[in-house]
Design a protein around this ligand. Structure first.
Ligand code: 4AD
Length: 462
């Protein structure tokens, strides 16, 4: 059997050689006794041509080829040929293929939209320009298996993969161990309202809203530095550009010796390593995305800026806003603060620490010097939250008191509380929303673009 070659491996040196390719029909156009086809493999494209001749290519064959619908998968075999001028628009432009035979391996139906349409941004769609009309994000998601074929989407998911790889690399290098915690659990870890309830062999259970309890239990079992990359479920009816009902959590948890700054130090090294790595390893992908979704490259400092919540409030007040000094920041105020920080400190990436205790989860350690505050932080990219983290309460009595204050049914978290009764090291950690990192690093407008098959309050298929 003949060997299949990849389009990327074709070169002028193969001039005159016979090769076999499998690819998708990117475009096809019949012209008299010939058929011009562009064949695509992922992002690589090459022109293949059928000419009617006396030997191998009949009129019927050209007719057959011309009628093959776009996006069908075909096998073509033929001779490599160097065209007089490079083929415009093909990634493999220096050679083309003179086809001897063609076979349709899998025929595509009529497309619900043009592949090029699938790459339009929301902004383009709002323009009243006919050539940009028609395809909404919903239509693309409805047909995600077609939408995903575009170069931009391939670039986005390459970056997603790199984010996870860099996260793992950086933490392994800092002495962390990867763990896997259960996703079917007995009680809510991040607040009862936003939880998917399931029936667990007749017992009420829920899908994990985070690995929170279990990564802490691992630390209490002397796995003193752990991380996890895994699914997180939130039954939030928030139909926004940045909320999903299922996303991928990048979490770590660690024993700390003196201060939760140790957690922020790890975060700092980790993200600078990730950002540097993305720019180095994914330069081509970033350029592909920026062509369609232009964005200023992310500005970040070699040592990540840390601003106290109080200072953040002050900056907002001085700019004429009226934030609640002991409440949470609204999405709007987070954005405004992002702009003020950028203006003053020239960075799109910073941590805001020492949040008011009242707005943090029950397991968050109160600030020992002022219990109105807590040993916690959020981290932002371009004014939007990507991380939340904290030191945790490791004293079972205080934890019980905090759970009661949050009106959490104790029986649902009893084994979690018990875990701190037998000697528990001071510890802290954080959780990152992976899709948000990709969205904000690339400057995309919607988190659905960074989830391969997004789950939101209205979408469960495909
Ligand atoms: O802020 P969250 O809810 O914090 C936790 O889950 C804690 N257990 C983390 C910790 O270790 N203290 O979620 C963490 C991150 C957020 O900063 C955000 O980036 C992302 O997860 N996130 C979401 N991403 C997409 N869709 C949603 N509905 C999200 N909710 C949170």
């Amino acid at each position: 059997a003949e060997e299949y070659l990849s389009i990327n491996s074709l070169s002028e040196e193969q001039n005159g050689q016979k090769v076999l390719l499998r690819g998708r029909v990117h475009t096809v156009r019949g012209k008299g006794k010939s058929c011009f086809m562009v064949l695509r493999q992922e992002r690589a494209t090459v022109q293949v041509i059928l000419f009617v001749d006396d030997k191998t290519v009949s009129k019927g064959m050209v007719k057959y080829a011309t009628a093959i619908p776009r996006e069908s998968i075909v096998d073509v075999s033929g001779e490599v040929h160097i065209p007089e001028t490079p083929v415009a628009g093909c990634t493999c432009s220096k050679v083309e293929l003179k086809v001897h035979s063609i076979r349709c391996v899998s025929r595509a139906d009529n497309l619900p939209f043009e592949l090029a349409d699938a790459m339009r941004s929301e902004e383009d769609l709002q323009r009243e320009d006919a050539q940009f009309a028609t395809v909404t994000q919903d239509t693309r998601l409805e047909n995600r298996w077609i939408d995903l074929r575009t170069p931009v989407n391939h670039a986005i998911f390459k970056i997603q993969s790199a984010v996870c790889q860099l996260f793992r690399e950086a933490l392994l290098a800092e002495g962390f161990q990867e763990i896997h915690t259960p996703k079917l659990i007995a009680g809510a870890s991040e607040g009862g309202a936003a939880v998917f309830k399931v029936d667990y062999m007749g017992q009420p259970a829920c899908l994990a809203q985070s690995p929170q309890f279990y990564k802490q239990m691992a630390v209490c079992s002397d796995f003193s530095r752990v991380f996890e990359i895994g699914p997180v479920f939130r039954a939030e009816k928030s139909f926004t550009h940045r909320h999903l009902c299922e996303f991928t959590g990048l979490d770590f948890e660690m024993a700390i010796n003196q201060h939760y700054n140790e957690v922020l130090d790890v975060m700092d090294h980790l993200f600078v390593y990730m950002f540097n790595g993305l720019q180095k390893r994914c330069a081509g992908e970033l350029a592909t995305i920026a062509e369609q979704f232009p964005v200023e490259p992310l500005q970040y400092l070699p040592k990540t800026l840390r601003i106290s919540f109080e200072e953040g409030i002050k900056m907002l007040q001085e700019a004429g806003f009226e934030p609640d000094p002991l409440g949470d920041l609204t999405t709007e105020l987070e954005r405004e603060l992002g702009k003020l920080v950028k203006k003053k400190y020239h960075t799109d990436f910073y941590a805001l620490y020492r949040y008011p205790l009242a707005v943090r989860p029950f397991y968050t350690m109160p600030d020992p010097e002022d219990p109105r505050y807590s040993n916690s932080f959020d981290v932002f990219i371009r004014g939007e939250e990507i991380i939340s983290g904290a030191q945790r309460v490791h004293d079972p009595a205080l934890l019980t008191e905090r759970a009661k204050a949050h009106e959490i049914p104790l029986e649902s978290i009893q084994s979690y509380i018990n875990c701190f009764k037998y000697g528990a090291p001071p510890h802290g950690g954080l959780g990152v929303g992976m899709e948000r990192v990709v969205m904000l690093f690339c400057g995309l407008d919607n988190i659905r673009k960074t989830s391969m098959f997004p789950r939101d309050p209205k979408r469960l298929t495909p």
